[in-house]
Design a protein around this ligand. Structure first.
Ligand SMILES: *[C@@H]1O[C@H](CO)[C@@H](O)[C@H](O)[C@H]1NC(C)=O
Ligand SMILES: *[C@@H]1O[C@H](CO)[C@@H](O)[C@H](O)[C@H]1NC(C)=O
Ligand SMILES: *[C@@H]1O[C@H](CO)[C@@H](O)[C@H](O)[C@H]1NC(C)=O
Length: 391
């Protein structure tokens, strides 16, 4: 098969090089050659490991409580899918590019920020809008990072232990999870679902431009998550007018899920075009939508409870109130009291705060996608660099 041939050639070069260096331990030769040395991630809150926190204020407790035991810049009670991807590849968790304290970029960097969109938005964060660090800005930051990290690394010293090697940019895995906020943005502007659909192609053109730019700078392996069933999330469900919107038999808002599926069909078309345009790229499209929908619609079967209720929130059918989001405190008798707090057992909850998934749900999703069962082509995470068998 062409694909394993390509992989063998790749591994062979490295092994030959290591055999020449006689003293390298065998285990290193056996385990390391085909692994990704770094991850560069782009996206929104689904994969933000501290970007928005560094620039616009920390997420409050009880975020992070289940795993980090403190807020850790992540919009969850613990780890995100991108953290499990890093673990799965034997790499440390990704530092946020914007985080200037304690960061270590030896094995990659994370450009995602919560609230990011593909298309730059015209409503700022302060107006209840979106992160200004849209995908085009993340690309600028990536290019700046690639350029300046190599200047500093060549100076040696402390930078050698903090920045990636030049060759790691072409050997890295480039991961993407973005688009959900582009869909939500139109809804906040009171657009109809048809009006939202109408700008999806423009958003995906901008996505395509980003991948092409990274490829132009040497990136070869791409792992692209499609967008999830936004219509099953408490923050969306809570915004529906009573009786006004269609809800499916699991309680999810069908119009939103249909627009997400439309986005995903178009994303898949873009991926097909990119494979033609970028012959040396290995592009894996991962159907996270189906995995998340399965989890939410069959929650009990998978050991979870109340799939449409936020674990951490305050009040209402979905335990979600946009004016009292997870971590909100109020002052009672001069004392700060946490009113939107965590549920008893986040390990059986799916929605953490009404917008984002719990660590347990993220882990479940990761476990389904890691072996390639939901990928096109059906390659496991570790093999996502293989050349596709192209016919
Ligand atoms: C922002 O405003 C500009 C100028 O009016 C417009 O061209 C662009 O489409 C707007 N962006 C979005 C995401 O609505
Ligand atoms: C950064 O992380 C790498 C890999 O985990 C490690 O080898 C290196 O020592 C770290 N750098 C510093 C300055 O701690
Ligand atoms: C959307 O509609 C709501 C309710 O009619 C209104 O309060 C809000 O200002 C509108 N938003 C925009 C951006 O037009």
């Amino acid at each position: 098969m062409e694909s394993s041939f390509w992989l063998n050639i790749f591994c062979l070069n490295i092994i030959v090089a290591l055999v020449v260096v006689y003293s390298v331990p065998n285990t290193f030769v056996a385990n390391k050659p085909c692994d990704f040395p770094a991850i560069f991630n782009f996206g929104d809150s689904n994969s933000d490991t501290g970007g928005l926190s560094a620039a616009f204020g920390q997420v409050p407790p009880p975020y992070g409580e289940s795993y980090f035991h403190r807020p850790a810049g992540r919009y969850s009670d613990g780890r995100l899918i991108v953290d499990f991807i890093a673990e799965g590849l034997g790499l440390p968790y990704l530092s946020a590019y914007l985080d200037s304290v304690g960061s270590n970029f030896t094995h990659g960097a994370n450009f995602a920020t919560a609230g990011s969109t593909i298309r730059p938005q015209n409503i700022s964060l302060h107006q209840g809008g979106f992160s200004p660090i849209s995908l085009n800005v993340q690309l600028h930051q990536y290019n700046d990072f690639q350029h300046s990290s190599q200047i500093f690394r060549s100076q040696g010293g402390v930078f050698e232990g903090l920045l990636p090697k030049t060759e790691d940019f072409s050997r890295a895995l480039y991961t993407f999870d973005i688009g959900q906020n582009d869909l939500w943005a139109g809804y906040l502007l009171n657009m109809t679902m048809d009006q939202i659909r109408a700008y999806v192609p423009d958003a995906l053109e901008q996505f395509k431009t980003t991948i092409k730019d990274i490829y132009g700078h040497g990136g070869k392996s791409y792992w692209i998550h499609n967008t999830g069933p936004i219509g099953c999330l408490p923050y969306v469900l809570n915004s529906l007018l009573p009786g006004g919107d269609q809800v499916d038999k699991f309680g999810c808002a069908s119009p939103f899920n249909e627009v997400a599926q439309y986005f995903n069909r178009k994303l898949k078309e873009i991926v097909v075009q990119l494979r033609k345009d970028l012959p040396l790229a290995a592009i894996t499209y991962v159907d996270v939508y189906s995995v998340k929908y399965e989890l939410i619609s069959q929650a009990k079967k998978h050991g979870f409870e109340h799939p449409l209720r936020a674990c951490c929130g305050h009040g209402g059918k979905y335990n979600y109130n946009k004016n009292m989001e997870c971590g909100t405190k109020i002052t009672v008798d001069g004392k700060q009291v946490l009113v939107a707090k965590s549920c008893k057992d986040p390990s059986v909850a799916i929605s953490w705060d009404g917008v984002h998934f719990t660590e347990a749900a993220n882990k479940w999703v990761f476990d389904q996608i890691v072996d390639g069962s939901f990928s096109d082509p059906p390659m496991p995470l570790k093999m996502a660099r293989r050349k596709r068998h192209n016919h």
